[in-house]
Design a protein around this ligand. Sequence first.
Ligand code: ATP
Ligand code: MG
Length: 199
Amino acid sequence: MPKSTARKGRLVIVTGIPGVGKTTVLTAALAACNARSVNVDLVNYGNMMFEEASKKGLVKTRDEMRRLGVKTQVQLQLAAAKAIARIAAKGNVLLDTHMFINTPIGFMPGIPSWVGESLKPDSIALLEADPAEVSKRRQKDAAIRAREADSPERISEHQLLGRSGAAALAVQTGCTVVIAHNREGAAEAAAKVIADLFM
Ligand code: ATP
Ligand code: MG
């Protein structure tokens, strides 16, 4: 599947398990791009799905989306991918999303093949951190975010799956793979690795 030649900018997908620090690092990456006068749109996949669901009158809040049928969720996932591809046709996009979502019947892919085909990413950046640090970050946010309390082993498994997913996406779409380490107190360093993808 050839890459889109009509695209004006680059589409970089950033994935990482909940609490690894995506939103923190992407905010810093955006600031680094702005400082270099490079325009980038920060897009959150979940927000785009919520917009599609709201337009169809399916939900009033984001949390209601999880209770929709799987078939409906897949339709929303694809509609969001098409909306993101339209934004990416006009300029640089940093896409904040999850490679695998933990569900009661197993991990669900955030970027199944039909989404990958629609997005045609230039790069996939995997944000990773030490499992014990991720546990601490989730606990720190417990009052404001309802994140799962996973064991370090489970966090490692989830991160490993993320790498497999990134490799599969790269082989499917021809995008490049970058691993960025979000070390404790060093979000700026991970942000630079991501911002450099637009230089
Ligand atoms: P989600 O997938 O649930 O949206 P996320 O990957 O976007 O999670 P953040 O909300 O950015 O994660 O970060 C989770 C917590 O970790 C926050 O309290 C944030 O301040 C902290 N954090 C992020 N990066 C670092 C870092 N390098 N060092 C220390 N703390 C960090
Ligand atoms: Mg986030």
